[in-house]
Design a protein around this ligand. Structure first.
Ligand code: GGG
Length: 372
């Protein structure tokens, strides 16, 4: 917390690399954290290595061990999670550890900044993208209540989708308060440094023209958060987008979005799509945020095709570590990391293959550390 930062208490971070390239990018993020100079990071950092993942499940029969949860709850101020490779078919006794972790730690919002910065876009076009996607993190179809049934015409499968006022309200609050916070931060930048120059805006994503009961409740609840707060009403604009037209608009004019708030599955999908607009999924960080805990997590998955080759882009994980610092009260340390990453990207010499370069994970990590 901010109080912990003020007292310069040591900050204990749980490290859960999990599967695939998670095992390369989380150590890279740790290296960057350890390279922070003491003028940027006043507190001592300590790390606890923790287990989880599909590979761990295959060896031990559990994907999210109780020991990991107990250490997070009892000994850590925050954590970093890598990536997980859950199989696409049902495996008896297995359940996604990241979905479980978000639920168990009540990390109810997944905060995903998508920023063009100085990185080349996929199309080579220069666009000023500065979008923050808030993905509701605890419910929707990801409650995983699915079943297959034998009917007269063969098998069919049904999944439950939960949308609650409680979870929608918390996601909505996060979106409007982040819109105000971003606006306050922009006021400190020179006009030329601002990608977003208008009033703060929140875009509510839904599909309530079809799913009028579930998405209807989502839309109505997020709107109520806005209507019942005079500060939001006077300072923030709102708009709505059906999820399909959101995807279309996001690709046509990504610079038109500030804060975007979406139910869990739509948020998952649009944030991977948004990553394509800023050059690579390997650049996009996230933070799973609750009222008392935060887990930084790159948006990308475990990428088994490149795992173990030292070519995964560590930047999403490094930026996720910075988000973790930002949310635990170490804003200057976070800023030092964001700036170091931006410098490496702007110089454009040291980049992994996803950005068209030939550098290794270790080389990019070293370059970021050198800039600190
Ligand atoms: N770091 C994000 C990540 O691991 N993405 C892949 C994902 O969402 N997997 C879900 C799962 O494998 O359970």
């Amino acid at each position: 917390s901010t109080a912990a930062a003020a007292m310069d208490k040591p900050l204990t971070i749980g490290l859960i690399p999990a599967d695939g390239i998670g095992r390369e990018v989380i150590p890279a993020a740790r290296q960057v954290l350890e390279a922070l100079p003491s003028n940027a990071m006043p507190a001592k950092l300590s790390f606890i290595d923790l287990d989880a993942g599909f590979e761990y499940f295959q060896k031990h029969g559990v994907a999210l061990p109780q020991e990991t949860l107990a250490a997070l709850k009892g000994d850590c101020d925050g954590a970093l999670f890598g990536a997980v490779s859950s199989p696409s078919h049902k495996v008896a006794g297995y359940s996604s550890p990241i979905v479980g972790l978000r639920k168990q730690m009540d990390l109810y919002a997944n905060v995903r900044p998508v920023i063009s910065g100085s990185a080349a876009t996929a199309s080579g076009e220069k666009r000023a993208i500065d979008m923050l996607i808030i993905r509701e993190n605890t419910e929707c179809l990801y409650i995983k209540e699915e079943k297959q049934v034998e009917g007269p015409e063969g098998k069919y499968a049904i999944a439950k989708r939960r949308i609650s006022e409680f979870a929608s309200r918390r996601a909505g609050e996060m979106a409007f308060s982040m819109a105000l916070q971003r606006d306050a931060m922009r006021q400190q930048l020179a006009a030329s440094e601002r990608a977003w120059t208008g009033r703060p805006k929140v875009t509510i994503v839904h599909k309530s023209n079809v799913l009028s009961v579930t998405d209807g409740l989502w839309r109505e609840t997020v709107r109520k958060v806005y209507e019942s707060n005079s500060q939001y009403k006077s300072s923030v604009d709102i708009e709505e987008q059906l999820v399909d037209s959101m995807v279309y608009r996001m690709f046509r004019e990504p610079e038109a979005f500030d804060v975007v708030v979406a139910p869990n599955m739509y948020g998952d999908i649009i944030s991977d799509g948004a990553a394509a607009l800023v050059g690579s999924l390997g650049l996009v960080p996230s933070a799973n945020v609750g009222d008392s805990f935060v887990v930084g997590e790159p948006v990308h998955g475990s990428a088994p095709d490149i795992a173990g080759k030292n070519i995964a882009n560590p930047i999403a994980a490094i930026r996720s570590a910075a988000m973790l610092l930002e949310r635990t009260g170490y804003g200057s340390a976070a800023l030092a990391i964001y700036r170091a990453v931006d410098k490496v990207l702007a110089e454009g010499q040291i980049k992994t293959p996803d950005l068209g370069g030939k550098s290794t994970t270790s080389e990019v990590t070293k370059a970021v550390c050198k800039q600190l």
